[in-house]
Design a protein around this ligand. Structure first.
Ligand SMILES: *[C@@H]1O[C@H](CO)[C@@H](O)[C@H](O)[C@H]1NC(C)=O
Ligand SMILES: *[C@@H]1O[C@H](CO)[C@@H](O)[C@H](O)[C@H]1NC(C)=O
Ligand SMILES: *[C@@H]1O[C@H](CO)[C@@H](O)[C@H](O)[C@H]1NC(C)=O
Ligand SMILES: *[C@@H]1O[C@H](CO)[C@@H](O)[C@H](O)[C@H]1NC(C)=O
Ligand SMILES: *[C@@H]1O[C@H](CO)[C@@H](O)[C@H](O)[C@H]1NC(C)=O
Length: 496
């Protein structure tokens, strides 16, 4: 049997999931399954794929949205704290009436002057993970779930301080989003995800017409490193070609983003070595024997099983050497469910590694699902959706987008899974000239991270943040995203 690198990662990844909701369903286990299942070694660029069904010209489905904004309004979420001073909405948007396929969203407006603030779409990755369970409930949303799994507390660094934020569960089969055609769950991929998200937006803007001309930004993390540039690309192309609502897209920001298979893999093992998690011998062995570019085997120059076996040996050694740590935040404590003491409330500045379990309990309460206007479902954070298309790289799209709209790539620097090295290697291949040299930026008198401004792309780190950046560094993440929305580099005022 041929041992492939993707197979090894697939098997090994289950050791390294902690706060994530379950071993079988987390953002990276899904990604590993996807990479493993790929057939073609070098799929063409996503944007250039010939798509017979979609000319980018023909109008898309638009349903009547009359009265739906009012009926989507949430009175109150069960267990929410006192003094909620903003409007929240949730519900379904039909994207294909023949298949009966609908996407679920949760929308939070800004408490003050919401009509002056931009509209932001947030997407989590996987593929197959929920933007409600991750993004809204344990990253940048207005509430987090207490240890009791029943009550909420306020996140004072929520991104709806500076924007009106839509969390979209995508594609159908993820979270509360559904299809009545079960083949939609087994035959989905980047292209359908993009098109459905676009149809969602066109219909959502009919339901909330006051947002039609608003400045619009798309943000997301992990495998949304695919979704976000692809959706942006599709919107710009549709804006030019269709007699449909023009979406006023101004920019994208992607965090710890999976944008190129080979580069992300290489960056990960270099990160493990440079962060004192792997030995010199292991890193030398990996560099000598593994070829991350070759799809079907790990052998260098394709000759012989010996290199494959050697590579596999060093990869396993690398995983063994790092021990039982949380690869998504290498310095974080592990979740120990039996150590949870009832009664104590959560604290936004101290991320609870068991948060995923609390979210899962909360979103499975019948009264919570009813309050969200969701169909009664067994909700889970990540689902196994069968992925059929995914290019190995979205760098060609990112390069072109950077000529038209604002592009930020940010990285929590304690994530070992899609680490800062991977983002840096990827940006390097774009060969963009530096306009603002690497410098620190500040948030609450501390270095919040580092930033470098390239022509067309801003790269910024968030210091002390893991894979889900706002979970670990909510205040720094808010400073970063505020700067992004204002089109300014994060503040460089040193307090000293
Ligand atoms: C809301 O807008 C008004 C008028 O532009 C401004 O005076 C006020 O400071 C704003 N409030 C907040 C909280 O941004
Ligand atoms: C869902 O699919 C079933 C079987 O194909 C069909 O009988 C039913 O009418 C569909 N429901 C809706 C709401 O489309
Ligand atoms: C574009 O849409 C408008 C309004 O719906 C319609 O009046 C017009 O005929 C359409 N033009 C084309 C070329 O489809
Ligand atoms: C988890 O917490 C319990 C109760 O505090 C403790 O007895 C146990 O040793 C802990 N387990 C681990 C793996 O830390
Ligand atoms: C990017 O733009 C160039 C020049 O306009 C074009 O030749 C190329 O096909 C574009 N790439 C993609 C992926 O669209």
């Amino acid at each position: 049997m041929k041992v492939t690198i993707k197979y090894l990662l697939l098997v090994l990844s289950c050791y390294f999931t902690t706060f994530l909701i379950s071993c079988k369903g987390n953002q990276i286990a899904n990604l590993n399954r996807l990479i493993e299942s790929r057939k073609s070694p070098h799929p063409e660029s996503w944007a250039l794929l010939n798509d017979q069904e979609d000319s980018h010209n023909s109008p898309v489905y638009v349903g009547s949205q009359k009265g739906m904004m009012q009926s989507d309004k949430i009175n109150a979420l069960p267990g929410q704290p006192e003094g909620v001073d903003f409007d929240q909405y949730a519900g379904y948007v039909m994207v294909d009436p023949i298949a009966d396929r609908a996407l679920f969203y949760y929308f939070v407006e800004s408490p003050q002057n919401s009509s002056d603030k931009p509209l932001v779409l947030w997407l989590n990755g996987g593929p197959g993970c929920s933007s409600l369970g991750y993004g809204a409930m344990l990253e940048l949303g207005p509430f987090r779930v207490n240890k009791d799994g029943k009550t909420l507390y306020r996140n004072e660094y929520a991104w709806n301080k500076v924007a009106n934020v839509i969390f979209l569960e995508s594609p159908a089969g993820v979270g509360f989003s559904y299809s009545n055609d079960s083949s939609d769950y087994t035959k989905v991929g980047d292209k359908r995800t993009t098109k459905d998200s676009y149809v969602f937006l066109i219909n959502w803007l009919e339901r909330f017409p006051q947002y039609k001309r608003r400045d619009f930004f798309i943000t997301g993390e992990s495998y949304a490193g695919h979704y976000v540039p692809q959706l942006a690309y599709y919107i710009l192309s549709r804006n030019k070609n269709t007699n449909q609502t023009v979406i006023n897209l101004k920019g994208i920001a992607i965090g710890n983003a999976w944008i190129d298979d080979a580069i992300c893999m290489k960056g990960m093992f270099d990160y493990l070595w440079t962060h004192a998690l792997n030995s010199d011998e292991t890193n030398e062995g990996i560099n000598k024997y593994c070829n991350f570019v070759s799809e079907d085997s790990v052998s260098k120059k394709g000759d012989g099983d010996d290199n494959t076996i050697q590579c596999g040996k060093y990869l396993s050694q690398g995983f063994r050497e790092m021990g039982f740590i949380d690869l998504y935040d290498i310095y974080a404590p592990q979740c120990n469910l039996s150590a949870i003491k009832p009664g104590s409330n959560g604290n936004i500045m101290n991320f609870d590694p068991c948060s995923g379990f609390h979210v899962k309990s909360y979103l499975n309460l019948a009264k919570v699902q009813a309050a969200f206007h969701a169909k009664a479902t067994k909700w889970s954070g990540c689902s196994s959706v069968g992925w059929t298309d995914s290019p190995m790289s979205v760098l060609p799209e990112i390069r072109n987008l950077s000529r038209e709209i604002r592009v930020w790539i940010y990285s929590g620097d304690t994530d070992g899974r899609v680490p800062v090295t991977s983002s840096r290697y990827a940006i390097k291949t774009l060969e963009l000239p530096v306009e603002t040299a690497w410098r620190p930026w500040y948030s609450n008198s501390e270095v919040g991270g580092y930033v470098v401004g390239y022509k067309g792309v801003v790269f910024t780190t968030v210091r002390g943040a893991g894979h889900t950046v706002p979970s670990y560094q909510p205040e720094r993440a808010l400073t970063m995203i505020t700067s992004f929305l204002h089109g300014k580099l994060p503040p460089d005022v040193s307090p000293f």
